[in-house]
Design a protein around this ligand. Structure first.
Ligand SMILES: NC(=O)c1ccc[n+]([C@@H]2O[C@H](COP(=O)([O-])OP(=O)(O)OC[C@H]3O[C@@H](n4cnc5c(N)ncnc54)[C@H](O)[C@@H]3O)[C@@H](O)[C@H]2O)c1
Length: 461
């Protein structure tokens, strides 16, 4: 099938490469011509294991090509997937202007029958809005070249996006007619041989299901983080609690690790957008608002623990920060907890030596401050630093000679934003351990201050 994908970002490029691998002929379209030129030269626009070799192979087999010409790129497409960004607007709603601009442009140029499926995460009702744009075309065009809008939300996770796309847990298709569903089903057939993964539903349900899944993941993370804080106050071991909870088949073990909070390009913005959707229908969304508040508190907890440890004096301190990406396996730093902590520390006068195996360059672009230095290795970040804060659970961070680490850190203290280490093990190496949520800071005179309404560096409400 001829497929065109508008928006060659994480979702668009992975989808394009995998649909080409499955035997389709794919054109990836983006209005950023420079980005496309780099991809065509084999330069990765972001870190995603295995992606660029597959892109190169599909290009060499003439099953995948790139263009910034929307008209030419969509000319013979039976299926057009829209995968442009839907970032947060200032009020927290999803900004669908880029998506709807694409729809308007397509309505002006499509003159063949096709399905336009929205893969971007878009508020409930967006597909209907897009359909109305195509339906407003002159009657002769509507009859000769009918365009049907469908919803096809994406569930891949950065870091293992190829694996997720090749072996999806489900394929969600929201469609208004069997014909629209049929075209999408055909495109996804190689990933779903017996049709067991297919979930067919109405447009609004498909749009909503994507937000609901992200809200449930965010809620799970905030519940564990809140329990970790309560456990710390009560002198209970949160890891023991997690072990018990994970053994309950109704709860399960995934997303059950306390940490510095969720970040990235999806959960924070999608939760905000869902709350705004609830607001628009006078639904209080009480729980979802609390999920956000708990998440916003996490990085503040870590910062306050650091500040308290150094008796409110950070201006003569250097903090090593390990892990800048919002999670391992990616160089995506959008709404990463590391950025929020770095900004809080810089504002408090600290110097920072930061390290990440792949995301350092992105942080350099995002934070322009002479007191932020990027270290070439994890250990180098700790040399001449007073303390270490760990924000991303990259595997290499657990493979260290802790005695060597202890020799580097002047104040011999590790602020563990991911519960990566055991207190006893660090203690044997002469290191003090503050896992996030544990009230260890109290021993150092740590008292949580009242939180300001909007936290620094975090997009709250
Ligand atoms: N990143 C993820 O893990 C993920 C997972 C599931 C769903 N999503 C959703 O998928 C959508 C895309 O996310 P992403 O992370 O791939 O975004 P991205 O920012 O990485 O990529 C978006 C691309 O669209 C291009 N673009 C923007 N406007 C355009 C236009 N008018 N014409 C052509 N190209 C245009 C941009 O240049 C960019 O390359 C979002 O709605 C996101 O919420 C993302």
């Amino acid at each position: 099938m001829n497929v065109a994908i508008v928006g060659t970002g994480y979702v668009g490029l992975v989808t394009g490469a995998c649909l080409a691998e499955a035997g389709n002929t794919v054109v990836c379209i983006d209005d950023n011509a420079a980005k496309l030129a780099r991809i065509q030269q084999g330069m990765a626009p972001f870190h995603e294991p295995g992606l660029m070799p597959l892109v190169a192979q599909m290009q060499s087999e003439a099953r995948l090509r790139f263009t910034s010409d929307l008209d030419e790129g969509t000319k013979s497409a039976r299926l057009i997937l829209l995968a442009v960004g839907t970032p947060s607007a200032a009020d927290g709603c999803a900004d669908t202007s880029g998506l709807l601009n694409c729809v308007a442009a397509l309505a002006g140029l499509l003159d063949h029958a096709c399905i336009v499926a929205i893969k971007s995460t878009a508020p409930v009702g967006t597909c209907e809005q897009a359909q109305a744009v195509f339906d407003a075309r002159p009657e002769h065009l509507r009859l000769r070249a009918p365009v049907e809008v469908a919803s096809n939300p994406e569930f891949l996770a950065e870091g293992h996006a190829l694996e997720d796309f090749r072996h999806p847990e489900r394929i969600v298709i929201g469609a208004g007619t069997p014909q629209a569903a049929q075209v999408l089903q055909e495109a996804y057939a190689p990933f779903d041989h017996d049709g067991a993964k297919l979930m067919l539903m109405g447009l609004r349900s498909a749009e909503f299901a994507k937000y609901a899944c992200n809200a449930m993941l965010a809620a799970r993370i905030s519940v564990v983080n809140e329990l970790a804080c309560i456990a710390g106050r009560l002198g209970a071991d949160v890891q023991a609690m997690c072990k018990v909870a994970a053994s309950d088949s109704r709860i399960g073990g995934r997303y059950l690790q306390p940490g510095a909070g969720y970040g990235g390009s999806c959960l924070p913005k999608d939760l905000r957008a869902l709350i705004r959707m609830a607001d628009s229908r006078d639904e209080p969304a009480t729980l979802l608002r609390s999920v956000e508040r708990v998440n916003q508190r996490q990085i503040r907890l870590l910062f306050e623990a650091i500040r308290a440890h150094f008796q409110d004096r950070l201006d003569d301190r250097c903090i090593a920060v390990w892990g800048l990406a919002f999670k391992p396996g990616t160089d995506d730093i959008r709404e990463a907890p590391s950025l929020a902590l770095i900004r809080l520390l810089l504002d408090a006068g600290a110097r920072i030596r930061a390290y990440d195996p792949v995301a350092a360059a992105a942080v350099r672009r995002a934070v322009d401050n002479p007191r932020l230095a990027l270290a070439p290795t994890a250990l180098d970040a700790c040399r001449h630093s007073d303390a270490l804060a760990v924000l991303t659970e990259w595997p290499e961070f657990t493979e260290f000679d802790l005695h060597e680490l202890a020799l580097c850190l002047k104040a011999s203290v590790v602020f563990d934003g991911r519960h990566l280490y055991r207190t006893e093990t660090l203690s044997e190496a002469g290191l003090l351990h503050y896992p996030i949520g544990r009230d260890a800071g109290r021993e150092a005179g740590f008292r949580m201050r009242r939180q300001p309404a909007a936290l620094h560096g975090l997009q709250g409400e």
